[in-house]
Design a protein around this ligand. Structure first.
Ligand code: PAF
Length: 281
């Protein structure tokens, strides 16, 4: 397994891998790897890809006052985990390598970023879309793997790839959960004991919302069920509990499935998100 922080080196390694007939798979991450990330690496391996894991805490997707400084960084543990699951190459660039002096080009995905996390985190998806476009241009993967926990991010990236004719297949991968249902996230390690105990209520609320949608509930009804459950949690501060159409991310025009249920809540200063897509049975 190789590690490089240089774009020219990454390009040379990938050129060599491709010349041996390998397809290239990219797993973009911000590090502090957990089982969710590793499941993406395994999926890429299973597809036969030469697997590149990018590790870059991207400053442009954090707004002022968010947790950029506090975001967990553990490069040695990450490298050991990638090695264990059979990743081939880690790309861990510096901020200067990704955003050299004079950088001034950004990608804006409209409409899909007007809802859910978009208004709560101004500039976030512009930062995500731009860095992912850069990573796709640098690594030139055949497949890029993203988790469904960050469902809105996944939809935004799929849209960008389609709209800009990027020659890559976006592969969406199911959310990996702890045994109590909490969606795995690098931010979980910032939780105190009380916050960690409270956090699975997010998934329970989503499940209660999903059960109601299966019974034919409307979006406002599902939102009310999730909101009431989460507002009753002393260690969580609900930011939103929303039910939207899973493809447009706008208010659904129908009751019942398909519906995306989406929650963002703070546990102290740590922002947690989770999603469930409710399909027709
Ligand atoms: O999901 C993440 O970890 C990040 O948003 C991503 C896709 C690596 C872009 O920085």
């Amino acid at each position: 397994m190789r590690i490089s922080d240089r774009i020219d080196e990454i390009r040379a390694i990938i050129r060599r891998a491709r010349s041996t007939g390998s397809s290239i798979g990219l797993v973009p991450t911000m590090g502090a790897l957990h089982e969710g990330h590793l499941s993406l690496v395994r999926k890429a391996r299973h597809a036969g890809d030469f697997v590149v894991i990018s590790i870059f805490v991207n400053p442009t997707q954090f707004s002022a006052g968010e947790d950029l400084q506090r975001y967990p960084r553990q490069p040695h543990d990450d490298a050991a985990l990638v090695e264990q699951v059979g990743g081939d190459l880690i790309f861990a660039p510096t901020v200067e390598e990704m955003y050299p002096n004079g950088f001034c080009t950004h990608i804006e995905v409209e409409r899909l970023t007007d809802t859910l996390c978009g208004p709560m985190r101004p500039g976030h998806f512009r930062g995500v879309a731009t860095v992912v476009a850069k990573l796709l241009n640098i690594v030139t993967p055949d497949h890029a793997y993203f988790g469904e926990k960050d469902y809105q991010q996944l939809i935004v990236i799929e849209r960008m790839v389609r709209d800009l004719n990027m020659p890559v297949e976006v592969v969406s991968c199911p959310t990996v959960r702890e045994s109590d249902g909490l969606a795995m996230s690098s931010r979980n390690r910032m939780l105190t004991r009380e916050q960690r105990q409270a956090a699975p209520a997010i998934y329970r609320a989503l499940q209660a919302g999903a059960a109601a949608v299966h019974r034919g509930a409307t979006a406002p009804e599902a939102e009310q069920i999730m909101t009431e459950l989460l507002q009753a949690q002393p260690h969580l501060r609900l930011q939103y509990a929303q039910a939207v159409h899973p493809y447009t991310l706008q208010e659904p025009t129908h009751a019942g499935p398909p519906m995306l249920l989406s929650v963002a809540a703070f546990a102290g200063d740590t922002r947690l998100i989770d999603n469930i897509v409710v399909f027709r049975e």
